[in-house]
Design a protein around this ligand. Structure first.
Ligand SMILES: [Zn+2]
Length: 428
């Protein structure tokens, strides 16, 4: 894409510099725009990142061992469904809207009230179980206070997976598999370090389990801008959330039993929950077992906030100058920059642009004529595309381009006809 044609522009600064760093950088670089408090537009660069994150998640949800099937459930939920579970009254963040004829709806903040009656239409016998459905859908929460950009919003994109089982044991086994895959997704997004014992960046955190099981789990990315507080065990590095910390004195990771924790700020990027029969009972979701008896279906739900994940990636991957996108989630792989506008430079850069496209390397080409070389380089650092490729009088004098990785200081001169090969070799 030509940067001269890009809809969004970079900003010198944004209004509130007390905001979370991810919000500042995403706004300044033109990835997102705030429509009103807690409501955002994803601009072309941000939308590309969103799609990359979505695709990582979708692939992991579809392949083994998750084996989920994608569906798309409605945003508008009938009031009756929410009355059945008691949550029409109980859930204070529920957005309620009135349609014609006074009919009332909820704007879905989660989809148990839709998926449980849906599953009832297709589950009859133990032979129909287990199965797994997921969606990537916009959700709503009528938050009293919103802040920190994409971290707490009133409208947000989420992946939610639901699983249906004949027994608690089967649910438990699947829950462990989802937990494992979640960490793989965070690793691919550049916010989980599986090799580190101590500094894992994102932690699977013990949280309250509700009525069915003692614990659920959250995924918390440690960052100063985070709104949550987690406690990391100093002995075994298990993490627990604030709720749990208030309930128990000892590390729950048996047999650790340590009393010493380190307090950290964090942002919740996902959670997994054993629902048991909490939603199958009100919706009469049952199956006929091998013994001929009718039994309630066991359910699990597994959420992941996609906008929050984008914010967490930036919180973890940035420096003074701007964002540093991991290649898996970067809007483009190469930022091609033309320095100087005489015909020779222009021709060489245009040729390189075509060549990159021909080789299916995603490229943002800074062809803006009104910008100085300095401004172009500052913008490139802010936007944070993994590879910067400069074509200038100086590089062309040796038939070279200058290539620099966003996360490294060193620049390298590479022959024009070897540039594509160089990139391909360095992508991994
Ligand atoms: Zn411990």
């Amino acid at each position: 894409m030509r940067q001269s044609q890009l809809f969004s522009k970079t900003l010198k600064k944004i209004g509130n510099e007390k905001e979370a760093i991810s919000n500042q950088l995403l706004l300044r670089a033109g990835f997102i725009d705030q429509t009103t408090a807690g409501v955002f537009t994803f601009l072309p660069l941000g939308f590309k990142v969103l799609k990359k994150i979505e695709n990582i998640i979708r692939r992991k949800m579809e392949e083994s061992p998750i084996s989920g099937q994608e569906v798309l459930m409605p945003v508008l939920h009938p009031k009756e469904n929410w009355q059945k579970t008691g949550r029409w009254q109980q859930l204070d963040i529920l957005f309620k809207v009135k349609g014609s004829g006074g009919k009332e709806y909820a704007l879905g903040p989660t989809h148990e009230e839709i998926i449980s009656p849906l599953a009832k239409k297709f589950i009859f016998s133990y032979k129909d179980l287990p199965f797994y459905l997921f969606q990537i859908q916009t959700k709503f929460r009528d938050e009293l206070r919103v802040k920190s950009g994409l971290m707490r919003t009133r409208e947000f994109l989420m992946k939610d997976l639901y699983s249906f089982h004949t027994s608690e044991e089967d649910l438990g086994g699947y829950y462990e598999k989802v937990a494992m895959v979640y960490l793989k997704i965070f690793e691919e997004c550049g916010i989980y370090n599986p090799k580190a014992l101590k500094d894992r960046v994102t932690y699977q955190t013990w949280a309250s389990g509700g009525t069915f099981s003692k614990y659920s789990h959250e995924y918390q990315t440690v960052t100063e801008s985070g709104e949550d507080t987690i406690y990391i065990c100093k002995k075994c590095y298990a993490a627990i959330n604030k709720e749990i910390k208030d309930e128990i004195k000892l590390c729950p990771n048996k047999p650790c039993d340590s009393k010493e924790f380190e307090e950290r700020k964090a942002i919740e990027v996902g959670n997994i929950f054993k629902l048991g029969t909490k939603y199958s009972l009100p919706f009469d979701l049952k199956f006929r077992d091998k013994d001929g008896k009718e039994k309630p279906v066991f359910m699990g739900c597994y959420g992941m906030g996609i906008g929050r994940l984008m914010a967490a990636i930036v919180e973890i991957n940035h420096d003074q100058e701007g964002m540093i996108w991991p290649k898996e989630t970067a809007p483009f792989q190469v930022h091609l920059i033309q320095i100087g506008d005489d015909q020779k430079i222009k021709k060489a850069t245009e040729e390189m642009y075509l060549n990159l496209q021909k080789n299916e390397i995603e490229v943002l080409y800074d062809d803006r004529e009104e910008k100085t070389p300095g401004e172009k380089l500052v913008d490139a650092d802010l936007i944070g595309i993994p590879f910067r490729m400069v074509v200038s009088d100086k590089t062309l004098s040796g038939d070279n381009v200058e290539i620099k990785k966003r996360n490294e200081k060193a620049v390298e001169l590479v022959k024009l006809d070897k540039a594509i090969e160089f990139l391909k070799n360095n992508f991994n």
